[in-house]
Design a protein around this ligand. Structure first.
Ligand code: HOZ
Length: 428
């Protein structure tokens, strides 16, 4: 693999951008190489500035369910751009987007657009606090909800990858209001509520953990959260930035049949453009300004380009018959291929999958269903595997603690190629 230009550009970027990147996980630090710089992408193929082409299983960290540069989405963006890029005033496409989200996501009656998943989670927590008049939140160790101060406590994703789960700069005041529980351990939540139930405004959870690698919820876990929060008049927030519209039209809440009070969604509803949203029960959402007293605002919220892309994306997901079955079939084929390779090569690894998101964990453990089990993984082995994959033209996340995403654009040939590259990497 040639990487002369990427290396030069990384050196150049380091002079003007901290660490040379605009988001830490892009730096490839944990897989011991310099990052590749991307020139373009189409469908499932991504090309770097040295001309190397890869089959992409990162999909911009999840949102590209239809693949890169999907023609329907591009057309929608181009049409919208010709009419102006931002007005800071209401447009009818924002209502169209809201109506689509309310129709597709079972628990959402009203929705407010923002610009990223981070903004969505921060705003949802403020709303939950304003509504309940309580200050604490419960979050799960290893879950990641963007980089808001009170979420960067035992956080997953890049914070975990770089060993920075508790970021400097987060004040003690902020940290003290975040109570920590263990994912898939309902007793740990019960204990917090028994001690401080009347202080807890909300429980925020990734219904399928995707930022410590993919970890499905144990049977009864999400249901248990629903019961406890209801009992204590606390708000249940599902962070569906990754799972929303990916696991099913109605996200994880439809997939598992558990309804939260509030839901946060992100990059998927922009078809890859910068966007986020939070929504839920009307009675709670109507506490937002200008209707209610909880303040949240943004010039670019509901931006016409992002709305055009998002509406095109959601309409495609809603109207294409069999799209989720197709995702399931391809992802199941990939899972079966990887699992077979693990057995043939006698590698200590397992694959966790829910729908079209999965992680191959390099571990001796029989299961990865908790944060501690995820931590038992051999990140050195993952780094080796990542490098062999990249050299074989397969682009996967540069961290053991992220997900691999299958899109409808992936062909059977793409899946066969990753299975073959995986076999070669495991038997090297
Ligand atoms: N939450 C994403 C990773 N799971 C974001 C990627 C990033 O931090 O850039």
């Amino acid at each position: 693999m040639k990487n002369i230009k990427s290396k030069e550009e990384f050196l150049r970027a380091n002079k003007s951008i901290p660490g040379g990147v605009n988001s830490p996980v892009r730096a490839f630090k944990s897989v011991n190489i310099d990052p590749v710089f991307i020139e373009k992408a189409k469908g499932t193929k991504i090309t770097d500035i040295d001309g190397n082409e890869y089959i992409d299983f990162v999909a911009s960290w999840g949102p590209l369910i239809l693949g890169h540069a999907n023609n329907t989405i591009l057309e929608a963006i181009n049409k919208a751009a010709a009419k102006g890029t931002s007005y800071g005033a209401p447009t009818t496409i924002e209502t169209e987007m809201a109506e689509l989200i309310c129709e597709m996501m079972p628990s959402i009656e009203k929705v407010r657009m923002v610009n990223s998943g981070t903004e969505a989670t921060m705003s949802a927590v403020r709303l939950a606090r304003g509504y309940t008049k309580r200050e604490c939140i419960v979050k799960f160790i290893g879950n990641y909800h963007g980089h808001g101060d009170y979420f960067l406590i035992k956080a997953g994703s890049g914070a975990l990858t770089f060993g920075l789960p508790d970021s400097p700069g987060v004040t003690e005041g902020n940290a003290k209001d975040t109570l920590l529980a263990e994912y898939n351990n309902i007793e740990s939540v019960e204990k917090l509520f028994a001690e401080r139930g009347n202080e807890i405004a909300a429980v925020i959870v990734e219904p399928v953990a995707g930022n410590m690698g993919v970890i499905p919820p144990k049977k009864g876990f999400l249901e248990g959260l629903r019961t406890i929060t209801e009992k204590h008049n606390s708000i249940l927030i599902f962070d569906e930035v990754i799972t929303g519209f990916r696991l099913a039209k109605g996200g994880a809440q439809e997939y598992f049949g558990v309804m939260p009070d509030l839901t946060t969604i992100g990059k998927i509803i922009g078809g890859g453009l910068p966007v986020g949203a939070y929504g839920g029960r009307k009675e709670i959402m109507d506490n937002l300004a200008p209707e209610g007293a909880v303040y949240q605002a943004g010039t670019l919220s509901g931006n016409p380009l992002a709305m055009a892309a998002g509406v095109a994306m959601l309409k495609t997901l809603k109207n294409t018959k069999g799209i989720y079955e197709e995702l399931e079939r391809k992802a199941a084929k990939l899972e079966a291929g990887l699992t077979k390779n693990i057995a043939l090569s006698k590698t200590n690894a397992i694959v966790n999958r829910v729908g079209s998101m999965m992680t191959m964990f390099f571990t001796d453990a029989k299961n990865v269903s908790t944060f501690d089990e995820a931590m038992s993984c051999d990140t050195g082995k993952y780094a080796e595997y990542f490098n062999l994959s990249l050299n074989a033209g397969i682009y996967i996340a540069p961290s053991q603690f992220e997900a691999m995403f299958v899109s409808v654009a992936h062909t059977d040939d793409d899946i066969d190629k990753i299975i073959e590259a995986n076999y070669n990497a495991l038997t090297k």
